[in-house]
Write a new protein. Structure first.
Length: 333
């Protein structure tokens, strides 16, 4: 009996030990699978596209945090879009998720960034800090938030030689799937823009926009391949503020056709029309007379007041006030 009992205990011990080893093996395999999924998800957030022509690579990839944290580190990130002729490179990437919540990912990306297109446009960007978090669902990304401090961007066209410099003290981008729709909110604070060979008198600007794109939830992770072409949505509110009460607000529905031209029925509200007129005339002195004429007309529509509310109609890129006063053309996206 004693020998039989000892043999039974031995079997139980080895079964228990084997079970523990099996659990550890399964956990380890699951951890590395989750780490590989972390890489795929973060790269998709950086370059959202679901096409075979788009690839993202992490240099010197290193997985850390085992066993309770899933971490991904790369010394450099490269993205190539062979379909649209776009390539990009970024600095060091650090991302992590807790084992008990692998769908909630936080990541940081270091500058510099270089983006190049087949059309001769190159963009170089630097920032002091870029942090982002995203929440995944069974398939794809459900929502994401990105905060950038100390952003500096230089865009150069090799075909025209034109250079645009942009900087912002603080930038936020928030995206989320809302059923089949995509909700987006963007805020840019303390921004400055300088264009080569233009008068360097653009005022410092704070701007925000709140928008919904109908049926475009897949744009957040690239599963919607058409992007803005053929899209429609609602601009709930876009505000530009250059200080001293000078604000401009635009709201209304809009759409893009298959060629990328914008159409929409917007409500445009301008606070302190006079200072806005003076600011635009200082920035673009060559169109001062046209600006004066437009300001007088807008003031007449406002009954002589300094707060203006007018209908801004855009039809296939052609913008007008109330459908009959031409403002100019908006190029396709």
């Amino acid at each position: 009996m004693a020998a039989s009992s000892q043999s039974s205990s031995g079997r139980k011990f080895w079964l228990l030990g084997g079970g523990i080893i099996l659990v550890i093996a399964l956990y380890t395999g699951g951890w590395f699978y989750a780490a590989s999924q972390l890489k795929t998800t973060v790269l998709r957030a950086i370059a959202p596209h679901d096409s075979a022509g788009v690839s993202g690579e992490c240099a010197d990839i290193d997985f850390r945090g085992f066993p309770f944290r899933i971490g991904l580190f790369c010394s450099k990130v490269d993205v190539d879009d062979n379909v649209n002729g776009v390539s990009a490179s970024f600095g060091e990437l650090r991302s992590a998720a807790q084992v008990y919540a692998p769908g909630h990912i936080v990541w940081e990306l270091d500058s510099p960034a270089e983006i190049r297109t087949a059309h001769g446009l190159s963009i170089n960007a630097e920032w002091a800090n870029l942090q982002s978090s995203l929440v995944t669902k069974l398939k794809g990304i459900d929502r994401s938030s990105t905060v950038i401090d100390g952003l500096k961007v230089v865009a150069t066209s090799s075909t025209t030689g034109q250079t645009v410099n942009f900087d912002s003290t603080h930038t936020e981008i928030h995206l989320r799937q809302n059923g089949a729709d995509l909700d987006g909110a963007v805020a840019v604070m303390g921004s400055n823009t300088k264009i080569k060979d233009w008068p360097q008198v653009f005022p410092q600007l704070t701007a925000s926009a709140d928008i919904t794109l109908a049926g475009k939830a897949g744009m957040i992770d690239g599963s919607d391949e058409k992007g803005l072409y053929g899209a429609s949505g609602e601009l709930r509110k876009a505000v530009a503020d250059i200080g001293d009460g000078r604000t401009m607000t635009v709201t209304g529905p809009f759409s893009f056709d298959e060629e990328g031209y914008l159409s929409g029925q917007f409500k445009l509200e301008i606070e302190r029309l006079g200072p806005w007129r003076d600011s635009i005339k200082t920035t673009f002195p060559e169109i001062a007379k046209s600006v004066d004429t437009a300001a007088k007309l807008l003031k007449a529509l406002a009954g002589g007041g300094d707060k203006v509310s007018v209908d801004l109609v855009v039809n296939k890129g052609n913008a007008t006030v109330s459908g009959f006063i031409p403002l100019g053309s908006i190029p396709p996206i």
